[in-house]
Design a protein around this ligand. Structure first.
Ligand SMILES: Nc1nc2c(ncn2[C@@H]2O[C@H](COP(=O)(O)O)[C@@H](O)[C@H]2O)c(=O)[nH]1
Ligand SMILES: [Mg+2]
Length: 290
């Protein structure tokens, strides 16, 4: 069916369930399909040559527009809160207030840096951001078949969109919901727009701010891509889901999180820096139409 599902990085709690859902997605065709995806560490790489790749926040934190003092404070926040974010022994309920704290303090520090709208393109150009291998095939296949892609990110929307633009994949079928910067009339960052989106509130609580899914009510088949347990609720806004295939990128603390990810995601990709499996599934679903 899908040769890529034989990859060593692929783990499925129920291969039969996965085959059943993929067959249904193929049978019912692209007009009923929509894709909902996280961005950081899902469409962007987790690591390369043994080093971590930047999230959209990192791209800002590491850029020239941040003062040395600001960079140190942002890095201190990352070192304190990121272990909490991925701590397998704490519940999402325990983590939520701490994630609000992290994002609020980080955004507060960024507001002190007087970041200019006109500098965003250069910040991204000079960054070490890397999208996963196969990302062009992924975006182009969805665009070619007019399949909506909703990117739901707790990162920085302005940075994320610029990454997509520079990668030439920001096609008309792509919509983004993220933390966006609000600039004053001189183009200086003055606040972040509401609602604040963090790793563990990508769900109905913020989706009510958008009518995105209402406009796609006929598309009741979903492919969901994420790297965090919090990403599993990203499609909560879709009414009457008929079929959903969830694909989880397990990048960090693999051994400690393997069981939880396999229980939660239909397909788990362990330490896979590509979109091969996702593209293989899409190719099968769209097969005769390609
Ligand atoms: N370097 C920093 N990384 C941060 C910060 N706040 C959040 N994050 C990371 O971003 C992702 C969320 O993005 P998503 O697209 O995956 O939803 C999250 O996993 C955090 O690790 C920060 O201030 N600095
Ligand atoms: Mg992510």
């Amino acid at each position: 069916m899908v040769p890529e599902l034989e990859k060593a990085t692929v783990h499925m709690k129920s291969p039969e369930h996965v085959r059943r859902v993929i067959s249904a997605l193929r049978k019912e065709g692209p007009d009923k399909l929509q894709v909902v995806s996280d961005f950081d560490m899902t469409l962007s790489r987790f690591g390369f040559n043994g080093r971590r790749c930047p999230t959209s926040h990192n791209i800002l934190d590491n850029s020239q527009v941040i003062s040395e003092e600001g960079r140190k404070k942002l890095k201190d926040l990352l070192h304190y809160y990121y272990p909490i974010e991925i701590d397998p022994n704490r519940t999402m309920e325990e983590k939520r207030p701490l994630m609000v704290e992290w994002w609020t303090r980080a955004h507060g520090l960024l507001l002190q840096q007087k970041i200019l709208k006109r500098d965003i393109a250069k910040i991204v150009e000079e960054s070490e951001v890397m999208l996963r291998d196969g990302v062009n095939t992924f975006f182009d296949q969805l665009h070619q078949h007019n399949i909506p892609l909703f990117i739901f990110s707790a990162g920085v929307g302005d940075i994320l969109e610029e990454v997509l633009r520079q990668a030439k994949v920001f096609h008309p079928n792509v919509n983004v919901m993220s933390n966006y910067m609000d600039f004053d009339d001189k183009g200086v960052l003055r606040q972040f727009k509401e609602p604040l989106i963090h790793t563990y509130n990508k769900n109905g609580s913020v989706l009510e701010k958008t009518d995105h899914f209402q406009q796609l009510s006929s598309r009741t088949n979903i492919i969901l891509l994420g790297d965090s347990m919090g990403d599993l609720s990203m499609a909560d806004g879709v009414a009457n889901v008929e079929n959903i295939l969830t694909i989880g990128f397990l990048n960090d603390k693999v051994d400690e999180q393997r069981g939880k990810y396999r229980d939660a995601y239909d397909v788990v990709l362990e330490k896979d820096e590509t979109l091969d499996v996702v593209n293989g599934i899409l190719c099968y679903i769209l097969g005769d139409l390609n």
